[in-house]
Write a protein that binds this ligand. Structure first.
Ligand code: SF4
Length: 96
């Protein structure tokens, strides 16, 4: 069975003097934190680029990238667990 060729948005990108460009935006290569993400694609120019975000380094600058497929952003709730108020009132009514 023939393997399907996966087309990505990077197929429309062109190499310019400024770098790999897509619709006027210069794409930056992925960073080490992106390693393992399914959105990393090789480009014919020789670099690895993200298919979802033009500047991967800035995507990681405020914590975990929310597009990442290999890690999950976790919210620090400070030890508090949010309980559905409806369920909490039913539990209280049952005496639990
Ligand atoms: S989605 Fe996020 S983690 Fe994945 S390659 Fe793009 S910038 Fe990196």
């Amino acid at each position: 069975m023939a393997k399907k060729k996966v087309t990505t948005i990077l197929d429309n990108a062109v190499m310019t003097d400024a770098g790999l460009t897509l619709n006027g935006v210069v794409l930056q290569q992925v960073i080490d934190k992106c390693e393992g993400c399914e959105r990393v694609m090789d480009h014919a120019s020789g670099g690895n680029y993200c298919t979802s975000y033009a500047q991967p380094a800035s995507k990681w600058s405020h914590g975990v990238c929310n597009f990442a497929t290999h890690v999950r952003a976790e919210k620090d709730t400070g030890g508090k667990v949010k309980i559905n108020p409806l369920k909490a009132s039913k539990r209280a009514a049952r005496g639990r």
